[in-house]
Each structure stands twice: as C-alpha cells, then as structure tokens.
Design a protein around this ligand. Sequence first.
Ligand code: BGC
Length: 248
Amino acid sequence: MQIFGVDIGGSGIKGAPVDLDRGDLAQERFKVLTPNPSTPDSVADGVKLVVDQFGWTGPVGLTFPGVVTDGSHIRTAANVDKSWVDTDARALFSERLGGMPVTVVNDADAAGVAEMHFGAGKDRKGVVMLLTFGTGIGSAIFVDGVLVPNSELGHLELHGHDAEKRASSKAKDDEELSWEHWAHRVQKYLAHVEMLFSPDLFIIGGGVSRKAHKFLPYIEGIAAAIVPAQLQNNAGIVGAAMHAATDG
Ligand code: BGC
C-alpha cells in the first residue's frame, strides 16, 4: 500500500509517495524551501506544490516541527511562524489539498516510528531515543517499541541555554563550528539526556545522520549505544505516511 508522506521542516518541505510494505519512498522525493515567513497559509501552499508534483489524490500524512496533538492541533512552533500555535492543521491542509484525508504528527515522532519499524531501532526493546539534529533538536522516546509522544527534549536547558540553540546542526552552521567542536556540544547534550533517562540506545537522525562518521567518533563517555538513523533524512516522510495509515 502507498500513502503520501510530507515532512515539514524549518528549512524545507519534502514529500513523496511511500511504500508502506518496504518502509521506503516509492518515488524520488520532491522538495520546496520552507517559505519565509513560514505562516500556516504559505506552508500549506508549499505542501500543495509538493503533493501536486506527483498528481497524488488520497491520504496524506504530514509532519510538523512542533507539538501536535490529536493528529491536528498545533501546540508549539519553535522554528516556524508563531501564528501556527492553536492552528487546526488537519482542517488547513485538508482544505488546501481539495479535501484529501490528512493527519499531522510531530516530525521527530514520525522519524522515530519509521526508524523503529524499518531502521536502526527495528526489534529493539527497552528505552530507545531518537534525536534529530537539524534546524532544532527533535526527540522521540520508545519503551519496548511504544512511542511516548511529543517529548520535546530539544528544549532541555543546557548550561543556561535552550539545548537546541547550542547543539542543533543549525547552530553548527550558524557558528561555523568544526565537526569536533560541535560533537563536543552534542556529547554534553547526550550526557544530560542520559542522566535523565538512561536509554539503552540513542539513534541520531536528521540531515547530519548522513555524515555520522564525521562526528560520532568524537563522542565519548556515553554508556548507551549510539547509532546513526538508517532511513536518514527520509525517516520523517516514511513516518508521516505510517502515521496516516494507522490514524483512523
Ligand atoms: C520543536 C520540536 C521538533 C524539533 C525538530 C523543536 O524546536 O520544538 O517539536 O521536533 O524542533 O524539528
């Protein structure tokens, strides 16, 4: 079965039809830049462009980079326009897509669900944490494969700062940090998360997961195993489609 998945991020909106049996994209994904300002209206236009590119009609699962409840209600918007807060995203996207059934889920939760089914977390019991390093830091916590949604660990306070402002990959780019310097910050962040949750496994997701060999070797002193995400930057798209398949 195929369902369309869209991953809405702070920098890009990307999507493709997803083959749910294989847990992979059925066609090469299409991406547009996230508009600035990233208001609900302009992002919905971007989503429509992506979906129309494939001539898709049918169910659509979307991710959102903030807290989302009930597959629709946007509760926070750290890295997109603040006017998203309290938006009924299901109604917005469904209307813009001509009435297609849609559902919305937090981006890190979507990526985590995809990794647990098809990637680095497959068959893993215990406490598994997927952390995505991108414009912000997203988190998804699994206990014996079951998701604890909307965990928002990117906003833990670290040395007096919002952690994602120091250790996201955007912070690396903005401050032009070397991989080693940035890895040091990621290590401090992981140590803090480990102190709180003692996970068995950390899965590192987001765009940087493609370059894990450049920074994981610098990370030391963490008891949990640390592995890069296997679906890399497609995990959000796949997880969004999986969420749509199970959400009513
Ligand atoms: C948001 C999270 C999101 C993460 C990654 C954070 O700023 O609060 O909801 O998962 O960024 O996009």
